[in-house]
Design a protein around this ligand. Structure first.
Ligand SMILES: Cc1cc2nc3c(=O)[nH]c(=O)nc-3n(C[C@H](O)[C@H](O)[C@H](O)COP(=O)(O)O)c2cc1C
Length: 112
């Protein structure tokens, strides 16, 4: 799995790697957007929150080769792998990362 994930070595050390797969990839909402990446983001985000509550660490993995991951896992052509997620007990907790202030990322009333 490591080469398929652009040689991110820590992925080979994780006891579990979850592949988030979209199976209903044709469906488009009336807003013009596909639902499957959104569905998968919800699923994986809930998993990451549950994992954290159990003392587990997770890492979203978007840097991977779609075709290679599908080949390794035997995933059919018509299914899309939206993201991978490693799960495991972290050796140590990373530093708390800085968060941008809301004023930098939220607009009120109009996009400015
Ligand atoms: C969609 C997505 C794809 C990501 N892909 C990778 C990846 O391939 N490799 C990696 O080390 N981190 C990846 N990350 C980043 C980590 O999962 C994590 O978000 C980052 O370390 C920041 O975590 P923090 O906000 O809790 O500090 C990705 C994050 C997202 C949201």
């Amino acid at each position: 799995m490591v080469p398929a994930c652009k040689n991110q070595k820590f992925i080979g050390e994780a006891p579990v790697v979850i592949a988030g797969c979209g199976t209903n990839i044709e469906y488009i909402m009336s807003n013009g957007e596909h639902t499957y990446p959104i569905d998968l983001a919800i699923v994986l985000d809930h998993m990451s929150l549950q994992a954290a509550s159990l003392g587990l660490g997770t890492c979203w993995i978007g840097a991977f080769y779609q075709d290679q991951v599908k080949e390794i896992l035997g995933i059919p052509k018509e299914v899309r792998v939206v993201a991978l997620m490693t799960v495991g007990y972290p050796k140590k907790l990373g530093p708390k990362t800085e968060r941008k202030p809301l004023s930098e990322i939220v607009c009120y009333d109009r996009y400015v």
